[in-house]
Design a protein around this ligand. Structure first.
Ligand code: ADP
Ligand code: ADP
Length: 232
């Protein structure tokens, strides 16, 4: 069934058209990759799904309801870098993934709710293979482990949608393969819908069920961007 729906979506910044007439549906449980040159609007597309930004025209629907710019437990996000807080331990970084708007800070949770939060964090650390590093600080972790931590932080709320913005771009090829296996496993086990921006077309076709290609207009590099979608 359709989870996310883009209906004639435009994003414009002043004169600049970043997304033009984007209409597409994203199926629940699919793994969608978004490829294209920088400046093509890939991050803008993710921000629309995150609800951090609204379209200039058109609609973005989640379960047929327009997305609102609010902290939403349906979505978790991982960026290429800087997703985790350097001053918090691994464990507290994962707990931080539960923070949401005006919800009480996890440090102020008591009794059963605190116990549940701690159990959830331990479960997530296990799932990404970081249980043994729970008291370390991010700077003590390798790049791959930091991204494992970012994924745990993004998934602790059990979101339905995981958004990945070039999550493996800074990693060595061997580590990247480990991360592919991890993300594929989480996707299958948890029934996630994943939308991933990547510069690596091979990665896109290897991991995902569908590849969206964002392009710029060819005839004029300064002209507004054009959107193109290909299904595989
Ligand atoms: P990509 O992720 O494909 O590199 P982005 O979505 O980051 O592309 O950006 C697409 C275009 O929109 C770029 O030209 C960028 O400069 C422009 N852009 C993005 N956000 C803003 C903004 N808040 N104000 C003005 N221009 C923006
Ligand atoms: P503190 O009390 O030091 O401020 P928090 O209240 O932020 O710590 O921690 C939230 C919960 O996580 C607490 O119940 C705490 O006992 C637990 N916790 C913190 N670090 C760990 C850890 N490494 N392993 C298991 N539980 C932890």
């Amino acid at each position: 069934s359709t989870l996310l729906s883009f209906r004639d979506v435009w994003v414009e910044y002043g004169e600049k058209v970043v997304l033009e007439r984007v209409s597409l549906d994203i199926e629940e449980g699919s793994f969608v990759s978004v490829v294209g040159p920088s400046g093509a609007g890939k991050s803008t597309f993710l921000r629309l799904i995150l609800g951090q930004e609204g379209p200039t025209r058109g609609k973005v629907l989640l379960d047929d309801v327009a997305l609102k710019p609010e902290c939403n437990p349906d979505r978790g996000v991982v960026f290429q870098r800087y997703s985790v807080f350097p001053h918090l331990t691994v464990f507290k970084n994962v707990l931080f993934g539960l923070e949401c708007g005006a919800a009480p800070f996890t440090a102020r949770l008591f009794g059963a709710r605190r116990k549940a939060a701690v159990e959830q964090a331990m479960e997530m650390l296990d799932a990404v293979g970081l249980a043994h590093s729970r008291d370390a600080y991010p700077a003590q972790l390798s790049g791959g482990m930091q991204q494992r931590l970012a994924i745990a932080q993004a998934l602790i709320k059990h979101p339905r949608i995981l958004l990945l913005d070039e999550p493996f771009g800074a990693l060595d090829p061997g580590i990247r393969l480990d991360m592919h296996a991890l993300v594929t496993g989480l996707w299958q086990e948890r029934g996630l819908t994943i939308v991933m921006v990547t510069h690596d077309i091979h990665e896109a076709f290897k991991l995902s069920t569908r590849v969206l290609a964002f392009d710029k207009r060819r005839h004029d590099p300064h002209a507004p961007h054009r959107f193109g979608a290909t299904a595989t």
